[in-house]
Design a protein around this ligand. Structure first.
Ligand code: C2G
Length: 131
């Protein structure tokens, strides 16, 4: 029986921390589906748009070897629906989200992995703008 893993993220200004979580997520099953958050969803959450558009972010994620399928995550409220739609067995997220998706444990295995230290989109943007 094949196991489907799902993970979600903005993946803006793609960096090695993003790559590592995608590689580690893929190792939990046979098929990896990634939800890339919509530009509007980011604006609602953070009052700013990502540096790269959702189409650009989807194209980058879709090109990665461990990724089998990509879709745009339109709303945080639709997680249960997405997990069912893609018949997920496992949900993997970084531990900045620890505990936040425990409500889906009735449906899937929920795994929080340690974030890659010392790298983030925000830190990269600050470094580049200060250069
Ligand atoms: N990540 C990581 N190590 C880093 C930076 C990020 O492991 N140094 C992980 C995060 O924990 C997350 C994934 O990479 O699991 C994507 O991170 P973001 O792009 O910051 O995603 P976020 O804005 O948290 O969106 O529905 C949930 C949201 O869409 C998640």
């Amino acid at each position: 029986m094949s196991r489907t893993v799902m993970t979600f993220g903005t993946f803006d200004v793609f960096h090695v921390g993003h790559l590592r979580i995608i590689e580690r997520a893929a190792s939990f099953g046979d098929r990896l589906v990634v939800g890339v958050s919509a530009d509007e969803l980011n604006f609602k959450k953070k009052q700013r748009y990502p540096v790269f558009t959702q189409d650009e972010r989807v194209a980058i994620i879709a090109a990665l070897k461990p990724v089998d399928e990509v879709f745009v995550e339109e709303s945080l409220e639709l997680k249960r629906h997405y997990l069912q739609e893609y018949a997920a067995d496992v949900l993997v997220m970084g531990d900045d989200w620890a505990g936040r998706f425990d409500e889906f444990k009735d449906l899937v295995e929920v795994v929080y992995l340690p974030r890659t230290p010392a790298i983030s989109t925000t830190a990269l943007i600050e470094k580049i703008s200060g250069a």
